[in-house]
Write a protein that binds this ligand. Structure first.
Ligand code: G1P
Length: 300
């Protein structure tokens, strides 16, 4: 079966954010390059994209993000040095990011918000539905989410967002959805979306986590979307407009995710992911867990 204009081939990953929550580490290093154990956070996201068979990735970057481009490019000197040492294991590690997808880069210029970042990819994406993934959200590869979202898009058309139930105290950190049930337990129809509402006026405790499958009509809506919360052009506001439509980019459905999701943008959560993934690793896991048990035993 060949490609038709309804199948998703491309993914957009905005990476232009400053990462101020991780200063000073992010003064000269992009936050997306911070290691989660020994792999930069952005590589987990690109592996997630490759795992569902999407091959064309456009990263929306900005000043100071060159390290991301280098990471997904060949490293001839390093590869030669490792080849000379017959270090096949490390050679594989160095080469892996290059072979995952075809990366493209567009610059955001002015940081006018997530909606604006997505709009910067419009020319590359064209008139096709596409996936969008935010680098701060890591989805555990053992709990596939994007594949399910693509399935829902195939079945129902329009646009699809990933939703997760959070503590009502935390809704004000996210885009929050008003929803109606559908005939599938993990799928809801999104009837409204609001960016970072105060908990008193939040429509539910279902929030958008950083995975989207968007119809190309979102670009036209974004071009007309005025700055919203924080003076930024919000993707959530554009989705709110699509949620009211039947066709032309809508309706919007939500896949309710109940798996493991980690927010690498939050300092405390970042530390917990590193510890958790390190404990689960075959190589360093046993020794690290042993040390951790002793350490915790000594300090509590
Ligand atoms: C962005 C979106 C928000 C979403 C969140 C998920 O916010 O604007 O709707 O819930 O990502 O991580 P940010 O975290 O970039 O402020």
């Amino acid at each position: 079966m060949g490609w038709d204009r309804h199948s998703v081939r491309k993914a957009v990953v905005p990476v232009a954010g400053h990462g101020t929550r991780f200063l000073p580490a992010t003064k000269a290093v992009p936050k997306e390059m911070l290691p989660v154990v020994d792999k930069p956070a952005i590589q987990y996201v690109v592996e997630e994209i490759a795992a569902v068979g999407l091959t064309d990735v456009v990263m929306v970057t900005g000043r100071g993000k060159r390290a991301i481009e280098d990471h997904f490019d060949r490293a001839p000197e390093l590869e030669e040095a490792l080849e000379a040492k017959d270090d096949e294991g490390r050679l594989q590690l160095v080469r892996k990011p290059t072979g995952l997808v075809r990366p493209h880069f567009v610059r955001q210029g002015d940081a006018l918000g997530l909606g604006h970042a997505i709009l910067c990819a419009a020319e590359h994406v064209g008139d096709e539905p596409f996936a969008a993934l935010l680098g701060d959200d890591l989805i555990d590869p053992r709990d596939p989410l994007l594949a399910r979202m693509l399935e829902v898009r195939r079945e129902r058309g329009g646009s699809v967002v990933a939703l997760m139930e959070v503590d009502p105290e935390h809704v004000s950190l996210y885009g929050c959805a008003a929803v109606e049930a559908t005939d599938q337990a993990d799928v809801v129809r999104v009837t409204g979306l609001v960016e970072k509402p105060p908990k008193e006026s939040a429509p539910s405790s279902l929030v958008v986590i950083g995975r989207y499958v968007l119809a190309p009509e979102v670009f036209d809506v974004l071009r007309e979307t005025p700055p919203g919360r924080g003076g930024e052009i919000q993707l959530t506001d554009a989705l709110q407009a699509l949620a009211r439509r039947d066709g032309a980019g809508g309706p919007v459905h939500g896949v309710v995710f109940r798996g493991r999701r980690y927010d690498t943008g939050d300092k405390l959560e970042y530390l917990t992911i590193v510890v958790r993934l390190a404990c689960e690793r075959d190589d360093i896991g046993p020794d690290f867990t042993k040390w951790l048990r002793e350490y915790v035993g000594r300090t509590v």
